[in-house]
Design a protein around this ligand. Structure first.
Ligand SMILES: Cc1cc2nc3c(=O)[nH]c(=O)nc-3n(C[C@H](O)[C@H](O)[C@H](O)COP(=O)(O)O)c2cc1C
Length: 152
């Protein structure tokens, strides 16, 4: 199983979570690549295998600057993504109220608009609740990988 984790981050929290997931590759019998979203367009989703979008939120419900190009490309270069299976790891802070997880939710909505299929629930990493987001994400990954495998 090939999994590509696309990372949107401002200060590195999402990168740290993605790295923790990558360390679990053997446990779930997968090969995991971790790639910052910088400079990516929709063609990044042509890679074989499944994807994990691992992104924080900045501003007021915005994606991090390094993720803006990919999000924009999902509009500007929209195409059918029916082959895409993805999971969503969304970092945020519930003290931001309505814009909680806005960055992740924007990706989720856009990918589903284009026919991509999200596997499993969103991995919600709330800075107000979680002191070890990496641990929570690893637990989520194990369950997510089982769901992904049952589809294959
Ligand atoms: C300037 C700023 C704005 C933020 N805006 C939001 C927001 O609108 N919604 C949210 O859920 N979290 C928001 N956050 C919280 C971050 O998403 C959270 O701290 C996350 O762990 C940062 O991860 P990163 O280092 O990978 O960017 C904001 C954080 C900062 C510093």
């Amino acid at each position: 199983m090939q999994i590509t984790i696309l990372v949107g981050t401002v200060n590195g929290n999402a990168s740290s979570v993605a790295q923790a997931l990558q360390f679990c590759a053997d446990d779930i019998g997968a090969t995991i690549d971790v790639l910052p979203m910088d400079g990516f367009t929709i063609t990044a989703l042509d890679t074989p295998g499944a994807f994990i979008i691992c992104t924080s939120t900045t501003g007021v419900g915005d994606v991090p600057p390094n993720a803006a190009g990919l999000l924009h490309s999902l509009d500007a270069e929209a195409k059918y993504l029916g082959h895409v299976r993805y999971g969503l790891v969304a970092l945020g802070d519930s003290s931001y109220g309505d814009s909680f997880l806005g960055g992740g939710k924007q990706f989720d909505a856009k990918l589903q608009d284009l026919g991509a299929r999200r596997i499993g629930d969103i991995c919600v990493l709330d800075a107000m609740e979680t002191v070890q987001p990496e641990d929570d994400a690893v637990e989520w990954l194990k369950a997510w990988a089982v769901q992904l495998a049952t589809l294959a």
